[in-house]
Design a protein around this ligand. Sequence first.
Ligand code: FAD
Length: 467
Amino acid sequence: MTDDVLFQQDNPVTDIANPIATLRDSLSAIVGADHVLTDPALMDQYVEDWSRRWRGDAALVVRPGTTDEVAGVLRECTSRGVAVVPQGGNTGLVGGSVPAPGSSSVVLSTRRLDSFGEVDDLSGQVTVGAGATLGDVQRHAAAAGWHYGVDLAARDSATIGGTVATNAGGIHVVAFGMTRLQIVGIEAVLADGTVLSHLSGMLKDNTGYDLGSLFCGSEGTLGVITAVRLRLHRPVGRTSVALIGASSYDEAIALMSSAVDPSVRLLAAEVTDEQGMELAARLNGTAWPLAERHPLVVLLEVEDGGDASGFTGLDDEADVVVGLDASEQARLWAYRESQGEAFTALGITHKLDVSVPLPLLAACADELRGIVGGWPTVQNFGVFGHLADGNIHVEMFGPDADDLGVDLAVLECVARYGGSVSAEHGVGRAKAGELHLCRSAEEIAAMRAIKAAWDPTGLMNPGVIFG
Ligand SMILES: Cc1cc2nc3c(=O)[nH]c(=O)nc-3n(C[C@H](O)[C@H](O)[C@H](O)COP(=O)(O)OP(=O)(O)OC[C@H]3O[C@@H](n4cnc5c(N)ncnc54)[C@H](O)[C@@H]3O)c2cc1C
């Protein structure tokens, strides 16, 4: 089923002469006319993603404000055979948040579902609407004396629903785990309007299948997440951040244990390469932060009372700078956090996000540098990422947007190392054709069976994950 099979000819409700107008009127009756957009200028930000790599077409954009409205919208679209693309902050990087070119599907924006429940101090949990931004959730938790464990550079645009739908990782996975580990319950709506709600917040609840887990990493293909019950953490104490020069990925990995006192909590371990550091410095108008140039720069963040006592074993030869106060730490973080933006500033960039078992990361990263660096059309590239998680991001500028030769070479290399073609961004449209490189035919068949059970007409985000 493709998302072009819309406005079925045999649907008596549809005005064949102007199906978009009748759909608009029906959806307006559910969400209010102000929240159904058909003007191309207003729809523009919903049909092109953050990276500008992915752009498509849609019949209209609908912005429901309640779970009931989401259910009504989905029922209406399903009855008309109209495909739906759920969208949160539209910061996803794999083409899953926007429709395909030539599509006449509906983009369902969740941004109005931005409610905040009170933080439950006893359990350390909170229920938030799917459209709340990650940054607002972090601030809501902090205001109540708690900490939300997921963080990433797109925090002020990415929504909680989007981070659940992609099982987002980010910079603190080493300390708190991926988004999946933060979820206690989920409310979601299936294509036929059925509401599945399990937000009671019991940590111990072994009553059959964990349906909420299935939505984690579902990328809009099973239904629309409308609310999430989140587990919070005790606040993080004062921290220190170090940037350390390294000559190889092996040395970078070794620093995670040799430079960190085992009695303190490691909150982040990131790596950026020289090209990426330079691009970030240029973007932000800052200088190279260390005394010398190095092929790699490692960022370590530890919870140590903010006095740098968490960093040990750094000999006099080490080229290191430590940030103790918040502004200095933000300055050091900016080199790593600006990587996506710095490469995107060059133009349309190929962005890959892969993972390999940590013991193989150095060998794989070196091989990837060789492949990408030697690719004739690649003009600039970076191999950086979330070091502790075996998660490498590869950014490549030069090849045409649709020239996927180097992308495929990278993904095939990762597969040879037993890695994953998507560490944290998801499969989307970008990697649907390569899913088989890291998931077996039996696993893909089981996933398809779940999709068929919950979305039998294939109208939820067609083309994503399975192609
Ligand atoms: C500068 C930058 C840095 C980033 N850093 C990281 C990082 O460190 N780690 C990381 O994991 N990601 C990172 N990302 C990618 C992106 O921010 C995440 O994938 C994020 O989780 C997407 O959230 P969103 O609300 O923008 O979702 P969208 O982009 O709107 O959607 C992403 C996918 O989720 C689906 N979806 C969205 N909302 C819902 C919903 N309510 N119900 C069902 N399906 C839904 C969409 O259909 C789509 O398939 C980064 C992106 C940028 C631009």
